[in-house]
Design a protein around this ligand. Structure first.
Ligand code: UTP
Length: 288
């Protein structure tokens, strides 16, 4: 499982406007899916992929993200005294997941700008990016899949999923030539094309392995769609001097930053849960 990719950047500084007012004081990355905040699923995927150093990009007011991964001696003591061993283990496991650092993105200028905040942390090695509001379900952790692909191609690689063409305009769209099963060599990348104008149904799905030259590209990236500095635009710039690949993974993406997927993800995870799954299924059957 050891690959060259040991650092990961998790952007989690956005306003989460699609879930307002719910996300006014409560970061969307801290919304609970079943029994864990979204950010914990993301950090766990990174750790399971061999990542040892993580930088979470936060904004003012989102300090609770730090609190979640910080040891809490009083809580541990209380759980110990009450004999709540399962809960104690769950809390303690957070203390040593990885070396987690934080940096502030002071103005929410877009995902590309958030990644630019990680330049010092990243240094001169390739690194992973995992969106802090997106849970991926896959047999092999998706970041590990990308890291392994990187070992072969030594160029940036983004995770892709197939969606119905009619909704592709909601995403970053990847146009490319198939190199082998699941692997595509990019020819054009478009962030949220106009409705009905997407040239491909392969879309970005929230995980990336990038090379440090992305930072120079980001510095030259002008605000794009929604007046935001788009990571997709910077990755497209890289294509002028190197190849960019896409990896169409086998698994599911849950973008918890919108209402429908947030609810769906909770229901799906609930149905799979041993403790509540059966009762939830029965309740849904009766309610619907
Ligand atoms: P999104 O575009 O889904 O997040 O970015 P958003 O801007 O918070 O969402 P809406 O559209 O207003 O509802 C994906 C990830 O990138 C982070 C977000 O926190 C999220 O985890 N992000 C986005 C930043 O860190 N900084 C930004 O400026 C924008």
């Amino acid at each position: 499982m050891k690959t060259k990719i040991t650092k990961a950047v998790i952007p989690a500084a956005g306003f989460g406007t699609r879930l307002l007012p719910g996300t006014k004081a409560q970061p969307k990355e801290m919304l609970v899916v079943l029994d864990k905040p979204v950010i914990q699923y993301v950090v766990e995927e990174a750790v399971q992929s061999g990542i040892t150093d993580i930088l979470i990009i936060i904004s003012e007011g989102k300090e609770v993200l730090k609190t979640h991964f910080r040891p809490d001696e009083a809580l541990e003591k209380l759980l110990e005294e009450k004999g709540k061993h399962k809960e104690l283990e769950a809390i303690r496991s957070l203390n040593h997941l990885a070396n987690i650092q934080y940096v502030y993105q002071h103005e929410q200028k877009g995902l590309g700008d958030a990644v630019l905040c990680a330049e010092k942390f990243v240094g001169d090695k390739p690194f992973a990016v995992l969106l802090g509001d997106t849970i991926i379900e896959a047999v092999k952790p998706l970041t590990l899949q990308l890291a392994e692909v990187y070992e072969l191609i030594e160029n940036p690689v983004v995770s892709l999923q197939e969606v119905p063409l009619v909704i592709a305009h909601r995403y970053g769209v990847f146009v490319g030539d198939k190199v082998k099963e699941r692997l595509f060599s990019g020819t054009e990348l478009i962030e949220k094309p106009p409705v009905g104008k997407s040239p491909s149904n392969l879309v970005f799905s929230g995980r990336y392995v990038l090379t440090p030259d992305i930072f120079e590209a980001l510095r030259h990236t002008k605000p794009g769609v929604n007046n935001e500095i788009q990571l997709t635009d910077a990755i497209r710039m890289l294509m002028a001097h190197r190849k960019v690949y896409g990896w169409a993974f086998d698994g599911k993406r849950h973008d918890v930053g919108n209402k429908l997927d947030f609810i769906k993800t909770n229901v799906l995870f609930g149905l799979k849960n041993k403790e509540i799954g059966e009762e939830l299924r029965e309740w849904l059957r009766l309610e619907l």
